[in-house]
Design a protein around this ligand. Structure first.
Ligand code: GLN
Length: 200
């Protein structure tokens, strides 16, 4: 792979612009992905936060669902953030009736896991491989309820009622965070992903 991978951002729904800015800041070429031919041209893909139920429906309507599943099954690296984490989970809890995912990560993810009182919150996380804590923003976030043997846990909630809950994972080239790394000034999660794409 060249030193500048092309990374797509799934752009049917969610916070696309922020991810593009982050990826470009990390030296990648970032493009929006809305069509199968755009998906075919990328080295890796970001699935942003937003609303996973809507994302799933739009992916079906735009005939991206099967191409996405095929590329993931083929080993395309991917980063899912918040709703994107839900999309990448092999199994979900508290989905709406009939809600399906793309899969790719051997995890059970619970939607809206932190409950109503803590819809949105911020927390400092110890993230594997980062020297300093990562200040994370959570918005109606999911958590990883169960992770398979091949899944590396990258971060857990450090304190409070949800202490110990898994909020970042990686399995091969596929990674996901419960929080929104694109709306901070800290680009270490995106840098981690760009490196992952370059190594795959
Ligand atoms: N609660 C949303 C969902 O279920 C995720 C929220 C987010 O991406 N910020 O898809």
């Amino acid at each position: 792979m060249t030193s500048s991978p092309t990374i797509g951002v799934f752009a049917l729904q969610g916070d696309v612009r922020e991810h593009i800015r982050m990826l470009e800041g990390c030296g990648a070429t970032a493009v929006k992905v809305r069509r199968p031919d755009e998906l075919a041209a990328v080295d890796g893909l970001v699935l942003p936060g937003g609303e996973s139920t809507t994302m799933y429906k739009l992916a079906t309507t735009f005939e991206l669902l099967e191409p996405l599943r095929e590329r993931l099954a083929d080993g395309m690296p991917a980063l899912g953030t918040c709703a994107g984490m839900i999309m990448l989970a092999d199994r979900i809890e508290a989905g709406i009736s009939g809600q399906l995912t793309l899969g790719g990560l051997d995890v059970v993810v619970r939607r809206n896991a932190f409950g109503r009182q803590v819809d949105s919150f911020e927390a400092d996380l110890d993230f594997v491989g980062f020297g300093e804590p990562f200040h994370a923003l959570f918005i109606r976030a999911p958590w990883v309820e169960k992770a398979g043997a091949d899944v590396e846990v990258l971060a857990r909630v450090a304190s409070g009622p949800a202490v110990g809950r898994i909020v970042a994972v990686r399995q091969g080239g596929v990674m996901a965070t419960s929080f929104h790394p694109e709306i901070t000034q800290d680009d270490r999660v995106h840098r981690y992903f760009v490196d992952l794409v370059m190594r795959h």
